[in-house]
Design a protein around this ligand. Structure first.
Ligand code: BGC
Length: 478
């Protein structure tokens, strides 16, 4: 099952997705260099953005609203923090922002419109949420307005906890009218227009990785790194303020603490060699030349990368015995026609005759008569190697951050990770674990991977926004 047909190997298709131990160590070294350059304000593919947030104290208490925006699903949460580090209670609702028009359902894709429309929709969803859960929220017994923490998962130039300018949207979002404007002001205006000023007060804004780190650190003192492996990817970590040269003296004084979380924007790291499929995918993307690592790693792109590779093999006659008709091949040429869950389902099929792969291929539009076991074996391998490279790159990012803060890996580090790909495809975490061990052996000649634990932190970004809001406002009991 693990052996590949020689023609495929010689076609270099699979090799294009291999990442060796040496290759990983090179990535780690380059990542370190870019981190240093970014921190000192030099040109770097790593933005190293100050966030004005530190780890939580565990004393945050009250009832907080949180918004989580940045993937295809938008979440509104009400989080009750009992204080004393006890577990939060959460009410959560999900709304789809990418409800594009179809015959059955008339919707609107808010990820492609104007910022005004998007924020107006967000405020409407807040109203719907508050009306639906009014009774439960009242029971928590805190006074209105409820402080709101906003997770906005894009590259943001933040100048204070509640002030940020969007640098450029990623993950296929367009959002016109937002360039160089304060995102928090947009949200405040939309909330006001919905007549919600008495109910809601926006107090903080954060990146999703930061929310995830804060959620992890709320209950685990070793948690100093947070990350997302979902629609997009990115990591953040705690840095000494004295090392952040991009902060002004005034900002440092106003912030007043010794450590601050840095949003690395690791998805934009651009020192990894792209293969032909990576380059093609980038050329067809909405943010060409940017977020190069994200395009090799995250859920929005892995299915598409796999599709480009499969299509290439089909066109070269290396799959389905070269017997697909032109019409069929054209059908498979549709961008986005091979979503990531299709790929992970095939990768997870362990049945002898690869029945799962079979079903997914039919779903993709391949005809029954063209599917042979040999093809299915090859396709399964492809569906394994594409996310495996993603996991190995993510392992490099994690290892580089750990060794940036703790050169010899002497302490324990918990890495809180949220995101659909990490959550729903368990092999991702296993591949990461293996790769972390591999680079540890390569660099230190001994295995220090036991000091790095990767912790799934579901809804971390939303809950973290509430904890951050909790740190920025004092709530009053009724
Ligand atoms: C954004 C990051 C975000 C990541 C994960 C990237 O495209 O630039 O800010 O953390 O996606 O959502």
């Amino acid at each position: 099952m693990n052996e590949l047909s020689p023609s495929l190997v010689s076609a270099g298709a699979i090799d294009a997705f291999r990442l060796s131990s040496e290759g990983m160590i090179e990535i780690i070294n380059a990542f370190h260099r870019e981190m240093h350059r970014g921190l000192s304000g030099k040109r770097s593919s790593l933005a190293m953005l100050p966030t004005f947030v530190d780890s939580p104290t565990g004393k945050e208490r009250g009832v907080f609203l949180a918004l989580d925006l940045g993937g295809s699903i938008f979440r509104v949460l009400m989080v009750y923090l009992p204080g004393n580090g006890r577990k939060p209670r959460v009410i959560i609702e999900k709304y789809n922002l990418r409800a594009t028009e179809s015959k059955r359902k008339r919707g609107y894709d808010y990820t492609q419109g104007s910022a005004n429309e998007l924020f107006a929709a967000i405020a409407r969803y807040i109203k719907i949420f508050l009306t639906k859960h009014a009774k439960r929220i009242k029971k928590f017994g805190y006074k209105k307005p409820y402080p709101l923490g906003f997770t906005f998962s894009f590259s943001l130039k933040q100048t204070a906890i509640d002030q940020a300018i969007l640098k450029k949207p990623s993950k296929g979002f367009r959002l016109s009218g937002l360039a160089n404007k304060d995102v928090v002001q947009f949200l405040r205006r939309a909330i006001s227009a919905q007549g919600l000023n008495d109910l809601v007060e926006v107090v903080s804004l954060n990146n999703d990785t930061v929310g995830t780190l804060v959620t992890g650190a709320h209950r685990d003192a070793d948690c100093d790194i947070g990350g997302i492996v979902g629609t997009g990817t990115n990591f953040c970590y705690r840095e000494m303020v004295e090392n952040i040269r991009t902060l002004t003296g005034k900002q440092k004084a106003r912030y007043g603490k010794k450590t601050m979380i840095i949003n690395i924007e690791s998805g934009n790291f651009n020192e990894i060699n792209q293969n032909a499929y990576d380059k093609l995918l980038d050329r067809n993307s909405t943010n060409r030349g940017e977020h190069i690592t994200e395009k090799m790693v995250s859920g929005l792109y892995l299915g598409e990368l796999t599709r480009l590779l499969l299509l290439d093999l089909i066109r070269k006659g290396l799959l389905f015995q070269g017997q697909l008709t032109k019409g069929q091949v054209d059908k498979l040429s549709r961008k986005g026609g091979f979503p990531t869950p299709l790929m992970t389902k095939m990768a997870e099929d362990d049945s002898d005759m690869l029945k799962g792969v079979h079903t997914q291929l039919l779903q993709w539009g391949i005809k029954e008569k063209h599917i042979r076991l040999e093809d299915k074996k090859i396709i399964k391998q492809i569906c394994l190697v594409v996310p495996r490279r993603a996991a190995r790159i993510t392992a490099c990012v994690v290892f580089a951050i750990v060794t940036h803060v703790d050169k010899q890996v002497k302490r324990d580090h918990t890495v809180a990770i949220d995101g659909s790909l990490f959550e729903k495809y368990p092999a991702f975490k296993e591949d990461m674990r293996r790769a972390i061990k591999e680079v540890s052996l390569g660099i230190f000649r001994d295995d220090r991977s036991g000091r790095i634990s990767l912790k799934l932190t579901p809804d971390g970004s939303g809950i973290g926004a509430a904890i951050i809001a909790g740190g920025s406002s004092k709530q009053i009991k009724k």
